[in-house]
Design a protein around this ligand. Sequence first.
Ligand code: ZN
Ligand code: FE
Length: 253
Amino acid sequence: MRLTALPALADNYIWLLADAAGAAVVVDPGDAAPVRAALARDSLRLRAILLTHHHPDHIGGAFELADESGAAIYAPADERIAAANLRVGDGDRVRLDEPALTFEVIAIPGHTRSHVAYYGHGLLFCGDTLFSVGCGRMFEGTPEQMLSSLDRLAALPGDTRVCCGHEYTVANCAFARTLDPRNAALQARDAAAATLRDRGEPTLPATLADERACNPFLRVDSAALVAALDGADRVARFADLRRRKDVFRAPLA
Ligand code: ZN
Ligand code: FE
């Protein structure tokens, strides 16, 4: 099985998985064009489309692609994803015949109320909930919800490869380092991410073990973050952290 991150729109990734026989599945095709180009280049047949949440930069190309290929669209139950034909919810299993893959659906509300992740074969497709060294904005959820969604993802095996919806790693590291300045794993991640971006390569997938070591949103119970954040408990610290990220502007170099 081959995994590819297709850059799309401003800073999105569309994830493409293809087997040796040329059957393919994509996650969050916000734009049809890069998917079409990848399918043509490698003579792939698109069989399924997985959607994590309703935002246009994640679903914008799904219906065209389904129309052209006959691929099934899997999506959470949300009227804002009108044309999906297969609805998924927490605990469901998505079983695909080709490519032969099974994913577990994990409900992760917070960025949006119906956001889901797909987990299987050591891969986690988590849309805009968990980013590398960051997390999504809470448009439709509370800090409690977002933190418990991130807790569920953080409990997956450390070698899980985290396939996020956006390339935000370098900017996320700049923010994280202001609060966790002595974290050596974070410094190493920042340097590695900068090198990858200089070469024009994705910083993703990340590993979950690395996220647990670097990502402040998974580290609200660490001594460094407890000292840096305001709040009497972990939810309050998480809310303070998200609020600080919302207004953070990196200093000009
Ligand atoms: Zn989004
Ligand atoms: Fe997005």
